[in-house]
Design a protein around this ligand. Sequence first.
Ligand SMILES: NC(=O)c1ccc[n+]([C@@H]2O[C@H](COP(=O)([O-])OP(=O)(O)OC[C@H]3O[C@@H](n4cnc5c(N)ncnc54)[C@H](OP(=O)(O)O)[C@@H]3O)[C@@H](O)[C@H]2O)c1
Ligand SMILES: *[C@@H]1O[C@H](CO)[C@@H](O)[C@H](O)[C@H]1NC(C)=O
Length: 329
Amino acid sequence: MSPLLLAFVLTIISYNEAGAVQPPTFKLNDGNEIPAIALGTGRGTAKESETLEDVRQAVYWAIEAGYRHIDTAAVYFDEEQVGQGIAQAIADKLVTRKDLYITTKLWNDKHRREQVVPALKDSLKKLGLEYVDLYLIHFPVAVKADGTSDDVHYVDTWKGMMEAKELGLTRSIGVSNFNTTQIADLIQRTKVVPAVNEIEVNPTLTQEALVNYCQSQGIVVMGYSPFGFLVSRRSASAPPPRSDDPVLVAMAQKYGKTTAQIVLRYLIERGIVPIPKSTNKARIVQNKDVFDFSLTPAEVEAINKFNKNIRVISISSWKNYPLYPFCEY
Ligand SMILES: NC(=O)c1ccc[n+]([C@@H]2O[C@H](COP(=O)([O-])OP(=O)(O)OC[C@H]3O[C@@H](n4cnc5c(N)ncnc54)[C@H](OP(=O)(O)O)[C@@H]3O)[C@@H](O)[C@H]2O)c1
Ligand SMILES: *[C@@H]1O[C@H](CO)[C@@H](O)[C@H](O)[C@H]1NC(C)=O
């Protein structure tokens, strides 16, 4: 997206009755709009003490704080709790269904064309919803129920996704973890451009080539694991930046924000929808509070310089599967 268009989109900030600032939206290539930040509900970074009940509570707190977009997936096994948080927020009249934007994803063992609609119906049942706003193919890779490689191609899966949209079960369709070659291949063979590609983007994996390619095709990028290695991850030897990095701290001080907020804003400046996960009320509120300042192009460039092409999520057990996307790095 051009900086001018982005500036325009970001000025359309609306307020709800409670006064919480609502996130701006980006326009999708199918005419729909997507809120510029989403609450992550993946379980990958959850502490051992965290329960599914915490997910329900986090979703409710997020909506209360003004989030309108929730990111879940069949494979997170928390769609029921996400749905409960949503139902409670609607019952308490914080929002109506149409104010919300719900994203969920098709898992790799349901890639056959005829499996897609039933898989989405199953997700909808768990969520307690009649439709989602965005349905994504979670990975290009297909697996059998036992997790071994399957020979289903994502073009076949995409046809099932198109059927799901035609049935009104989802407003938009997109992909996740597709690389440049795969996106180009999908467009060329089906002529239906995904609305979204959800990929990992953070200071150690800036993904400039893939992001630029997606945006040149009118595809909005959603950025997962937005904090990269700023937050505690498994390995102590993980690469910089950490939350106390001097470059990020200087920006945080300049704008009166935390380094976590600087990184989220960095993604938004690039026209990317960040998906911060938190089950902590104060951090949920903090992560949404990134629409009252902006970074300069030089600051965005300074954060780009952290890039090391190192992934938080690489799923190396699929490395030898035919459609494994993370080939270059
Ligand atoms: N499509 C895909 O393949 C895919 C893959 C991975 C993730 N995702 C999506 O992206 C979401 C986010 O990714 P992620 O969970 O890997 O990582 P993340 O959002 O980058 O990091 C989450 C971690 O950061 C902590 N945290 C949150 N806000 C913070 C703040 N302001 N200051 C300090 N620490 C903070 C959280 O702890 P607390 O909860 O205690 O705050 C949690 O430990 C997932 O939940 C999921 O929805 C998608
Ligand atoms: C994308 O993944 C496919 C399948 O593994 C691979 O052939 C291709 O080289 C990859 N493209 C990029 C840009 O990584």
